[in-house]
Design a protein around this ligand. Structure first.
Ligand code: GAL
Length: 429
């Protein structure tokens, strides 16, 4: 099992991000004086949008029921994938003004916070709740540094999902989801001829998200995983071919939407054929309005492994932390207990479009796409997400994002590859 997991690459948190990130969030700070402030628990995440907020709400309800003496303060900062939230978080941590608990990704991203000395170990909580018995050991390894464990994983998300509209495919004469990158390109061309958008995309991070699926689908699991080993070679011809595929696939993209939700919606509404997005899209498609779109699985939307990646789970995991200096440490621990619990995870994940990190969750709650995902998780090989913090630390990811941003203007594969080579050299020491 162990070899299924990528070893986390760890450097420091990107504490260099700007102080001026935009805020957002669903709650209002209580103004009831010190007593009220003490009881408040500030939970920092980026789950504000449709689909995302539903899961948080479900877990929050359990928290409030179990902790009537505490007030949940939703400090979520809008923006899919949390790039904006993490920029603000970074400035708060640097200024020693942490929230009581914050969302972070298992793997390289979390290791950055740990190495920067920002987190308290959670060994006692793990012992008290016997958490090492209920989380997969390999996942705990991603949350551990020098023998101490630092966060509570709440879920497993899958990044490499090809969402598609079955009616749009049928109208284009495409009878099944493409299995390889080459088939995908043929199908994109077929859809283009019908006048529909072949591939929907959102803001820049969604293109980095697309890139990780294209790299995995083009290089294969071993080739992709090898990119994160120390001294890995990003300059070879296989990477060039993968980036050529990326360029071709992107040439079928519609106008970039503001974030992942409007891009995914184009598929569910039948304006676009395909979208490659993590399975938070399932929560958004499936959940009833207002949170979700209330769409019908297999009719309005369907899914398949992103092309060329069948048998590999490109994974990521959201986890919650206890920052050093949390103003309401006990309140944060109360939140972590809910996040760690079977009840909390079984309320959160079916809404969030993820599967539980716990091994003992109630499987009957995970139907349709989620039953498929659970099954794949139990048998697939594993590869770690780039965009969602598993394999590349924040500085490396920022360099990759910049390279992709420039590529969107230049469309120059050689320049993109050179920038990726440099990013690996600088950040994967
Ligand atoms: C990921 C996060 C998911 C989901 C997604 C879109 O980084 O792990 O839980 O929120 O971003 O916002």
């Amino acid at each position: 099992m162990r070899r299924r997991w990528m070893s986390a690459v760890a450097v420091t948190v990107a504490g260099l991000l700007s102080l001026s990130a935009c805020g957002g969030g669903g709650g209002e700070k209580s103004t009831g004086g010190e007593q009220a402030a003490k009881k408040q628990v500030e939970v920092f995440s980026w789950w504000t949008g449709p689909g995302e907020a539903d899961g948080l709400k479900a877990m929050r309800e359990i928290f409030q029921k179990q902790n009537p003496n505490l007030t949940f303060f939703d400090a979520a900062v809008a923006g899919g994938s949390g790039d904006k939230a993490r920029a603000l978080l970074s400035s708060k941590l640097q200024a020693d003004q942490p929230p009581d608990t914050f969302q972070g990704h298992a793997g390289a991203e979390l290791q950055g916070y740990i190495k920067a000395g920002k987190l308290e170990p959670l060994n006692s909580l793990y012992d008290e709740l016997k958490l090492k018995d209920v989380f997969p050991q390999q996942l705990v390894d991603q949350l551990t540094y020098e023998g101490n464990v630092y966060s509570v994983p709440v879920n497993i998300h899958r990044s490499n999902v090809l969402w598609f509209n079955p009616k749009v495919l049928k109208a284009a004469g495409v009878s099944a989801a493409p299995k390889t990158v080459e088939e995908f390109i043929t199908d994109l061309e077929a859809v283009k001829k019908t006048g529909k958008i072949p591939l929907s995309i959102g803001s820049e991070w969604t293109v980095v998200h697309l890139l990780e699926s294209v790299l995995l689908g083009s290089l294969g699991t071993d080739g992709y995983n090898a990119l994160w080993a120390k001294g890995a070679d990003w300059s070879n011809a296989n990477v060039t071919k993968a980036l050529d595929n990326f360029k071709t696939i992107l040439s079928y993209a519609g106008a970039p939407q503001d974030d992942w939700q409007p891009a995914a919606k184009q598929v569910a509404d039948g304006a676009a054929a395909f979208n490659i997005m993590g399975d938070w899209a399932y929560g958004y498609f499936h959940n009833p309005p207002d949170g979700g779109l209330g769409k019908k699985s297999k009719e309005d939307f369907d899914w398949a492994p992103s092309p060329g990646t069948d048998g590999t789970f490109l994974w990521l995991s959201d986890s919650f932390t206890l920052p050093k200096g949390a103003p309401n440490r006990d309140g944060a621990l109360a939140w972590l207990k809910v996040a760690a619990s079977k009840e909390g995870q079984d309320a959160f994940n079916p809404k969030k479009g993820s599967i539980p990190a716990r091994k003992d969750a109630d499987k009957s709650l995970y139907q349709d796409y989620l039953a498929w995902s659970l099954e794949e998780w139990s048998k697939d090989k594993l590869a770690g997400s780039i965009q969602h913090g598993v394999v590349a630390n924040d500085a490396w990811k920022t360099a990759i994002t910049e390279a992709v941003g420039l590529f969107l203007q230049s469309k120059d594969v050689a320049k993109l590859q050179q920038a990726l080579v440099e990013a690996a050299k600088t950040n994967n020491q």
